[in-house]
Design a binder for this molecule. Structure first.
Ligand code: IPD
Ligand code: CA
Ligand code: CA
Length: 317
């Protein structure tokens, strides 16, 4: 860890001392994971400053040396801190998945931003508790969450039943009451892009809100909903490592997370709609209308617009 990454304040009941005294107990989950995320974030910052080569995992799905090196670092540190916990990481880590606890790790959420020098990315780590009777396709309970933005030095943390924090201060979702006053976020897949309908949803939500941001890091989008900077987020086809930590942050900050039909979210469910709760039903109503092809807001096609444009130019001559 660099001097720049001194542990920001953690919630009073979760001091770093708690982590030292009982590394296996739940008191240690958030402070230890925060320490690891800070070290990982410092490493990302170094790679970001020096610039890294980019490879393609497929289509336009990028990966860099930073993604792999930082996942390895997190895997080692989690193994030292919690030798019985499993780790499920984006860059291929699948360790001790038969146990009761499992960390979902995205070492670098926002790789495309990172590779282009666009300063919006983070480390995301979410802890799930799974009872022995759970089937492989069933979710356990999310217990702890850490999302760290190393450029802004913002550390988001949450613990089931105890709340959510940004650099040690409690956070709450926004009070926005209607979609028309809301600021939203979404993202688009980097694989099988032609199979995603999301651009249609982007259009409809843009026309009915204060706007939709597409900032390129789903985990930070979720953290921003949790702290009230955004009012809602949705995306198709995300993976558990993108969302595990963000879901707990939002739930602990007072928000709601479901699929696009209002059912309980599933980590492998491939649909996430997260909001401040107050506008959730309105968002679900729009999803339902859109899936049924109802009440869509018309905009001119490029061809119709070209005709209008040509007519205006002609009338000016
Ligand atoms: C991506 C980001 C992005 C989202 C993509 C994800 P990655 O994760 O979260 O915002 O739109 O669907 O794959 O690849 O940068 O870890
Ligand atoms: Ca990701
Ligand atoms: Ca990633």
């Amino acid at each position: 860890m660099t001097a720049n990454d001194a542990l920001p304040d953690l919630p009073a009941h979760r001091s770093p001392a708690a982590a030292e005294s009982s590394p296996a107990s739940h008191l240690a989950w958030v402070p230890k994971a925060a320490e690891i995320a800070l070290e990982a974030g410092a490493r990302l910052r170094e790679y970001f400053a020096q610039g890294v080569e980019t490879e393609y995992k497929g289509d336009v799905d990028l990966v860099t040396v930073a993604d792999r090196a930082v996942e390895k670092l997190i895997r080692c540190r989690l193994g030292e801190a919690f030798p019985e916990h499993g780790v499920y990481g984006e860059e291929g880590t699948r360790e001790r998945l038969e146990g009761q606890f499992r960390w979902y790790v995205d070492p670098l959420d926002g790789t495309t931003n990172f590779a282009h020098g666009f300063p919006q990315f983070c480390v995301s780590m979410g802890l799930e508790r799974r009872s022995a009777s759970l089937g492989a396709d069933q979710d356990g309970t999310l217990e702890a969450a850490v999302i760290y933005d190393p450029l802004r030095q913002e550390l988001f943390t949450a613990e089931r039943g105890r709340g959510a924090w940004l650099n040690g201060k409690p956070i709450r979702i926004s009070r926005t009451q209607t979609l028309s006053e809301a600021l939203l976020a979404t993202g688009f897949p980097s694989r099988k892009r032609h199979a995603s309908p999301n651009i249609h949803f982007y259009q409809e939500f843009t026309l009915r809100s204060h706007g939709v941001r597409r900032a390129g890091s789903a985990a930070l989008d979720l953290a921003y909903v949790a702290c009230g900077r955004m009012d809602a987020f949705w995306e198709f086809n995300l993976n558990p490592w993108d969302i595990a930590a963000g879901i707990l942050l939002i739930e602990e900050a007072g928000g709601r997370v479901t699929d696009f039909s209002g059912n309980r979210f599933r980590l492998e469910g491939r649909e996430i709609l997260a909001s401040n709760g107050l506008i959730h039903d309105e968002l679900l109503g729009l999803f339902s209308d859109m899936f049924a092809g109802r009440n869509l807001a018309p905009i001119p096609t490029p061809q119709e617009f070209a005709h209008q444009r040509a007519a205006i130019r002609k009338s000016r001559r």
